[in-house]
Design a protein. Structure first.
Length: 269
């Protein structure tokens, strides 16, 4: 699933391809926007807010609009040179095509696709917590939101975009491992929540600008994560087999020795 850094990278690709360009054509393949024509509109910028992508536009009358999309599990944007073959996904998954003199942006399997006045963006993204990769990142506010529901498991709380925006399943699992916290620990029992929020921000920021996500520091295949995607493989710290189990609507990976249910059960060292 695309996480905050992936969406940030996608926004940057679209910005480089389209920012400042006047669109020469558009093709929406979703019912709610099927008759929308953005020909003549200018792309002001492309940015992200957590896992939401915001393409900001200026209409010919200088009114400002935002094309909002969410990638969810399988959405993706691709930028192509004019005349280049579109190879990102099967054609039946295309939801929108934006053409400019220098590039063609194609959105595949996008979700929550909407065109709204830029002044009303908060209707779509205003519920989000502080953005881990945004200029307004506020660790104290993220911690305040996390602690508002002390009975919720920390694994579920980190995935709740209303607490902090940008963490997906990969970073959830990796942050909890690095902090030695069981995913099933209630938020109210988690030690040093500020340290956990700061670690999440550092991990996403470290992967900003590249497509290979690594929490270990290695970019080699099979060495990029501590626990995520490593079920039954030995823990890199203690050698215990990594476990995988459902938590809420998602699966989680963890080491039962390095992440005990009670912090007092942590092994020495």
């Amino acid at each position: 699933m695309p996480e905050g850094d992936t969406v940030w990278n996608t926004a940057r690709v679209l910005h480089r391809a389209l920012a400042g360009a006047r669109l020469t054509g558009s093709d929406f393949r979703v019912p709610q926007l099927a008759t929308t024509d953005l020909t003549g509109w200018t792309v002001r910028e492309s940015t992200s807010r957590g896992k939401h992508l915001l393409l900001r536009l200026a209409a010919p009358d200088d009114a400002h609009w935002t094309l909002h999309s969410h990638l969810r599990m399988d959405g993706v944007w691709r930028a192509y040179a004019p005349g280049e073959r579109w190879s990102g996904r099967p054609a039946h998954l295309i939801r929108v095509v934006l053409r400019s003199p220098g590039a063609v942006a194609v959105g595949y399997h996008l979700h929550e696709l909407a065109l709204v006045p830029t002044a009303e963006e908060d209707r779509l993204a205003g519920h989000l917590g502080p953005d881990l990769l945004g200029p307004d990142w506020d660790a104290a506010e993220a911690v305040r939101r996390l602690t508002a529901h002390p009975e919720q498991t920390i694994g579920e709380a980190l995935l709740d975009q209303r607490n902090l925006a940008g963490v997906g399943n990969l970073y959830k699992c990796e942050v909890l491992f690095l902090r030695g916290v069981s995913p099933w620990t209630p938020v109210g029992a988690v030690p040093d929540l500020p340290g956990m929020a700061a670690l999440a921000q550092r991990l996403l920021a470290a992967n900003r600008g590249r497509w290979t996500q690594s929490t270990t520091g290695s970019l080699h295949r099979g060495q990029t994560s501590y626990v995520y995607g490593r079920r039954a493989q030995p823990c890199r710290r203690c050698g215990t087999a990594i476990r995988k189990q459902e938590l809420g609507e998602r699966v989680t990976y963890w080491c039962p020795v390095c992440q005990p249910e009670h912090p007092s059960d942590l092994p020495p060292g």
